[in-house]
Structure formats: C-alpha cells, structure tokens
Design a protein around this ligand. Structure first.
Ligand SMILES: [Mn+2]
Length: 400
C-alpha cells in the first residue's frame, strides 16, 4: 500500500500544480536532526509534507519531481555516521516511496541545478505562516533548501497551501491507517481504564499506554497528558507525576502515531466515587460533545459550526451555574473545539470554509473550573462523510 499511497499523493499534487499554477517542478526537503542534549539528537519526526509525499521518515532527504521523473536525493553521510547509524538502503527508500530513482547527494545536486535551469519556477514548501506564534526554534531544513534553490537562480513558488488543501481530505488508504492509529489508541484506553483501580500515580496510568503502543509498533503522537483531580485544569499538563485522587476524576489525553498518522483522544474517568458536582460537569460535557458532533456534515460552514458550538457550550455552562457574565464562557472553555488531524496532530483544514468529505477532525469540548479543582474534557476523532460524519473513536465509551 505504501508505494501506491505516496505515489498517488505526488501524482495528484503534480496535476494540480500544472493545472492551477503552470508549475512543472517541485522540490520538498525532509527535516534534519536537531540537538536534544550535548551529543544526542531529539527523537526524529519527519516534516509532514515530506512524509505525505514520500513515506520516508529519515532526516536529510530531498524530493525532486518534474514532468519527467520523481527522484529522492540522499543526504551525505560521513564514514563515522555510517558506523553509528548505518548506511542508507536505497532500494528500501525506493520501495517505500515509489519514486523512479534514488540518487546520492552529489548527483542529486547536479539534477537540481539542471532542473532549476530548465524550468526556472520551483514549487517549495514555504515558511510556516503561524511560526511567529511559536516560542521554539524551527527546523532550519526548509529555509536552507529554499536558500540553495534561490542561489541556483530558481524562482520559488510556495506550494504549502496547495499541499495543505490536498492533505485536508484523506483518501481510503490514509483512512485505513488512521483507523489503525485510532484503534491502537482505543485499545490502550480500554487497558488503562480496566487497570485504573490498581494505579496510584499518574505515571502508572501513562505507562499502560506506552506498553500497548510499543507492542503495536506505534508511539505517542504528542506528550501524553494524565491529569488527576485539579491538574486537569492545566490544559497542557504533562508532568504526570502526581498521586491520583482516591475519589475523583482523571483526565487522559493521549494519541498514538502509527505509520505516520495520528490519533488524538481524551477521556475523563472516575476513580472511586466522584462528587455529585464532578459527575454533573462530566454529564454536561458529554451531552454537549454529542450535540456538537451532530453539527458536522459536508457543506456546513466553519462559522456555522462555531456558532452552533458556542450555543451548545454556553447552555452546558449555564446548566452548571457557570455562565454569569459573557467572559465566563472563555474562562471555563478556553480552547478551540476542533482541529484537523492526520500526519500532524494539529493539521490544517486546508483553507476550506466548510466541511468536506474525507476531512478528519477532533471534537473536544471541555469545562475547567479551577476554583473547584474540576476539569473535564472528552475528545473523539470524526470523519466527515458524504452523508454526515462517522465517529472513528466511537468504540471507546465516553462514560465516566
Ligand atoms: Mn486534540
């Protein structure tokens, strides 16, 4: 499946670039390794557009596609790196990606120079439009590649929005992989839920997920959140080192990455006997959750979806006596209701204004009351279908 999947992504993109932008050449680079500590790099996760077009999760590669062929250009590795990390297996790279050929770095640079000279216009993945909101350093690989192509006198065209739009609608093969990623996550949640009574600390519970994921060749798609009691009010709580309450709630937000695609699921479970207030908050979030999922079908605009969500969530807060001023809405429900899901955990919905069949997005209402030490969130992964929607994580009960 891999070969045809990534080949089909490239072919579709190529046709769109030719048709809409009269573009015959595009060049996309993978991420490079980043330092984590003195002599160790951080665990490597591939740049999502490059993964989408190649299925290759190794650093330093470059994809060149023009109207005659598709080529993967290998990174240069030193003799020392070859001893520690192994040599590149060109035939395996060729098989996974389905490209016409794989070439060493020097030959690849010659090909790039010749292609830029021939076509002049080059499609590249331009800078992330949201980069100024981030407080971390960005991987320098894409800028380095763009700079090199500019030096070769290429006229760069940013194809990021076009790839993002294409990625927003998943094809059948992608959905098969996503169902597996979600299935592994559901299995891990069930295992953890069954073991809940024997767990004393948040990390004990987190460990169940790691075990299930690794035994299915999956890994955590993002920093897992296991938040007992009032820790659930810290939205990105990831310390996971506190004692679990004897009687109360635990919020778990965890997803597997499997074959490059992510799941993202949240449940809030009861430990012992939660208070009636905790049960009421959970019931309100659960009721809102399914009402919001019901809004999703093709043709509904994101604006109408947001307006519908606001109405439902305000009603939920009102039912709990929490909506006394307009500011209370964002105080108790401070995050977005949804985001796209795919190779990226937070994936672009492609600049569309309304739901399209094949989109996968999360629905994740939550109510957080710091002054009461209560936080509840429920999150499912929803596929937009021709008829409406399908809850891909429906096999996992949302009950306390
Ligand atoms: Mn999410």
């Amino acid at each position: 499946m891999a070969q045809t999947l990534f080949h089909s992504h490239r072919t579709l993109l190529q046709a769109k670039l030719k048709e809409q932008h009269d573009l015959d050449l595009f060049v996309v680079g993978s991420f490079t390794p980043m330092q984590q500590t003195n002599d160790a790099s951080a665990p490597f996760i591939q740049e999502a557009h490059f993964y989408y077009l190649t299925g290759i999760d190794e650093p330093g590669w470059t994809l060149l596609v023009d109207d005659t062929e598709s080529v993967l250009i290998a990174p240069k590795i030193s003799d020392t790196e070859a001893i520690f990390n192994g040599q590149h297996d060109f035939s395996q790279i060729c098989n996974t990606s389905g490209v016409d050929r794989v070439v060493p770095r020097n030959e690849g640079l010659r090909l790039l120079r010749a292609a830029v000279k021939k076509y002049r216009k080059v499609g590249v993945v331009g800078p992330d439009p949201y980069r100024r909101y981030n407080s971390f350093h960005h991987n320098p690989a894409q800028k380095a590649l763009s700079d090199m192509l500019k030096k070769m006198a290429g006229e760069l065209v940013d194809i990021r929005p076009i790839i993002a739009r294409q990625r927003a609608q998943k094809n059948t093969d992608e959905l098969t992989i996503m169902r597996e990623a979600i299935g592994n996550t559901v299995k891990a949640f069930k295992t953890a839920h069954n073991a809940l009574l024997s767990k004393q600390y948040e990390y004990d519970l987190e460990a169940e997920f790691g075990y299930v994921f690794r035994s299915h060749n999956a890994q955590h798609a993002y920093e897992p959140i296991v938040a007992g009691g009032s820790n659930a009010c810290t939205l990105h709580y990831a310390k996971n080192n506190a004692a679990l309450p004897k009687n109360g709630l635990v919020l778990i937000d965890i997803g597997a990455r499997f074959n490059g695609y992510c799941a993202d699921i949240t449940r809030t479970y009861a430990i012992g006997e939660p208070s009636s207030r905790e049960k009421a908050v959970h019931a309100a979030v659960q009721k809102a959750h399914f009402a919001i999922i019901d809004l999703i079908r093709p043709g509904v605009t994101f604006k109408d979806y947001q307006d519908g969500t606001d109405t439902i969530m305000k009603e939920a807060l009102r039912s709990l006596g929490l909506l006394n001023t307009p500011a209370d809405y964002r105080k108790y429900f401070p995050h977005a209701i949804s985001h796209g899901l795919g190779i990226d955990v937070h994936e672009s919905l492609g600049g569309y204004k309304e739901f399209q069949p094949g989109m996968v997005l999360t629905v994740e209402p939550g109510i957080y009351i710091p002054e009461e030490g209560i936080g509840v969130r429920i999150e499912d992964d929803i596929l937009v279908t021709e008829a409406g929607n399908e809850n891909l994580s429906a096999a996992l009960s949302t009950d306390l």
